[in-house]
Write a protein that binds this ligand. Sequence first.
Ligand SMILES: O=C(O)CCC(=O)C(=O)O
Length: 306
Amino acid sequence: MCITLLCVYSAKKISRQLIFVFKTFRMASSISGFRVAVLQLTVTADKSANITNAVNRIQQAKKEGCTLTILPECFNSPYNTGLFRQYSEIIPGGETCQALSKAAKSNGMYIVGGSIPEIHDEKVYNTCTVWDPNGNMIAKHRKMHLFDINIPGGIYFKESDALTAGNTLNTFQLGKFKIGLGICYDIRFSEMATLYRKQGCDMLIYPSAFNMTTGPLHWSLLTRCRAVDNQVFVVVASPARVTNSNYIAWGHSMVVDPWGKILSEASEKDMNLYLDLDFNSRETIRQQIPTENQRRIDIYDTIEIK
Ligand SMILES: O=C(O)CCC(=O)C(=O)O
């Protein structure tokens, strides 16, 4: 009698455990996205204040239930070639990285840390770092295409006066999603985004800071192009517009889906965007318009993928 009862009890316990494992597995495999925050921060000349502001806003994003928070280009320093070296720090040992690591860990979230001026071997780079919920740096991207342009009556900017370009594509994994990184001017180079898609990326993130000359016509166009070309989500995160600054950012941070639709767009003001991303839509679009399998690579110049 006792043995029978024990057997029934054990069988019930095992089946309860199996149901739990099954439910957990079903939940994990049905997760089709995550909530993202894009922080359109006001950047000042005060580095510590910029960092504190970012950390506070990351906490707000956590309260909104976000898994990933994205900061803008040069969020800890003015966007100024004359100041990059002065504001630069080592990665990951510098004060900005330490703050981002702590913020990622204490909020248990992924952070794409915009970009900061990085110093390495006396050279200065425009660098994006990525942090996981344990506070580990899981990726780093140095801007590959330096922003050297000259538009008379519009804007002259020569990043190469102060910065060295990075030479690598960089991705990271957030659960089952692969994310490719670029910084601002990098978005103009479709080859880079295409390579990311070929590497299996689901989403591209560009911390950026377009300006009042190129922003109005090119910002949204380029973001939507990269999304449609590659059938990926694209996020561009800009600083807020400060009209009395040397470099006036366009603002208008946005999230675009693989169909090219703007899902969320900021104004020029200081604000946060919060959005749930559903990656199932990306699969549907890829099936409906299967350009990836239709490329005439037998005709095009082929690009070697490593
Ligand atoms: O491409 C543009 O028009 C702007 C690029 C830029 O501002 C940057 O690379 O920081």
